[in-house]
Design a protein around this ligand. Structure first.
Ligand code: SAM
Ligand code: SF4
Length: 323
């Protein structure tokens, strides 16, 4: 599907739940969120129906996210069913890795070929403070299992001043030692992200260069996202930078999102979207769904406008949007 800004939309991120086993300080409140009721959450057969319709419109790549996707029972069975939908070429998952430990082989068999594991610190005390109680050794175990499985592996790290400043270099070193991508994601001012202190992309890049030398641009493409990748001398893997705030990537945005409660969300930072759950439950047929989805995607906002006065700024937390 091509939207009104000439962008080809072929990537759907599905938030399968708003729940999570962790409480990262920039994503969720300490006590957890007021969880959606079961009836509000899309059933798996509803997700499958939406994906079938959207595959007919040109969606080829699916990412399962959340909240924590593995916090929803049956998530790997859902992955397997999505993998079998005609037109769907790849299934990936973004996870904190904890609940996936010892299930990575199962995930691979279900058709998940790429895994993004979010790890903000290697120091156990810092990781525990940032995630409010997580055990980094479990996330690292999942990371190792994914590498052994031969998956395409990425580590997602959000640099947060006053928290993981000293962990950025050790995390980058993971890409020195193994063929994986470490991606530094600039903190976005969404939900609890507005209350934490972002370390800008340029600062992280400068510190990495001081530690590892001048990097070369990495010409290889890694996935379908907006990261800019570089390779430092002697590294087996790459380092990516995603800086939604410093460098807008809206012009090449190829994605839309499906929230756990069934909204087709057209841009991370706009509330505007399509209530697919109501359409499904009111008996819309595939043609009606296709028409409405096409119209909505055509009108995908041109840019996120994080720091501008817009009427529909997203106020939900990232766990409800899926990152
Ligand atoms: N629970 C899974 C995880 O942590 O990977 C999947 C959902 S999480 C919302 C997806 C990604 O969004 C994570 O890498 C997380 O670090 C990132 N994230 C959450 N809030 C963010 C924010 N305000 N700015 C930038 N990234 C954020
Ligand atoms: Fe959970 Fe992921 Fe949000 Fe952390 S970033 S609280 S792991 S949903």
């Amino acid at each position: 599907m091509i939207d009104n800004n000439g962008r080809s939309i072929d990537y759907l991120r599905i938030s399968v739940t708003d729940r999570c086993n962790l409480r990262c300080i920039y994503c969720m409140p300490e006590r957890g969120v007021c969880e959606m009721e079961h009836t509000q959450i899309l059933r798996f057969e509803e997700i499958l129906r939406i994906v079938r319709v959207m595959a007919g419109l040109g969606v080829k790549h699916i990412r399962l996210t959340g909240g924590e996707p593995m916090a929803r029972r049956g998530c790997l069975e859902l992955a397997q069913q999505l993998h079998a939908v005609p037109g769907i070429e790849s299934i990936s998952m973004t996870t904190n890795g904890i609940l996936l430990k010892d299930k990575v082989h199962q995930a691979f068999l279900a058709g998940i070929s790429s895994l993004n594991v979010s790890i903000d610190a290697l120091n156990p005390a810092v990781y525990s403070r940032l995630t409010r109680g997580g055990d980094v050794s479990q996330a690292l175990c999942t990371l190792q299992q994914a590498l052994e499985e031969g998956m395409n592996v990425k580590v997602n790290t959000v640099p947060v001043r006053g928290f993981n400043d000293e962990d950025l270099i050790p995390i980058a070193r993971l890409a020195q030692e193994a063929p994986l991508c470490v991606r530094f994601i600039e903190l976005m001012p969404i939900g609890y992200g507005t209350q934490a202190d972002r370390i800008p992309y340029a600062e992280t890049a400068k510190r990495l260069e001081a530690a590892f030398g001048t990097p070369a641009e990495d010409s290889q493409t890694h996935g379908h996202g907006p990261a800019r990748y570089v390779k430092y001398p002697g590294f087996k893997g790459s380092v990516g930078f995603i800086s939604a705030v410093s460098h807008e990537f809206c012009a090449s945005c190829n994605r839309v999102r499906l929230t756990a409660d069934g909204r087709l969300k057209l841009c991370l930072n706009h509330t505007e979207g399509l209530d697919l759950r109501s359409m499904l439950r009111q008996g819309a047929d595939d043609t009606e769904m296709m028409d409405e989805i096409s119209k909505a995607i055509a009108n995908k906002p041109g840019r996120h406008a994080f720091y501008e006065e817009i009427s529909d700024h997203e106020e939900r937390n990232m766990n409800a949007i899926g990152g």
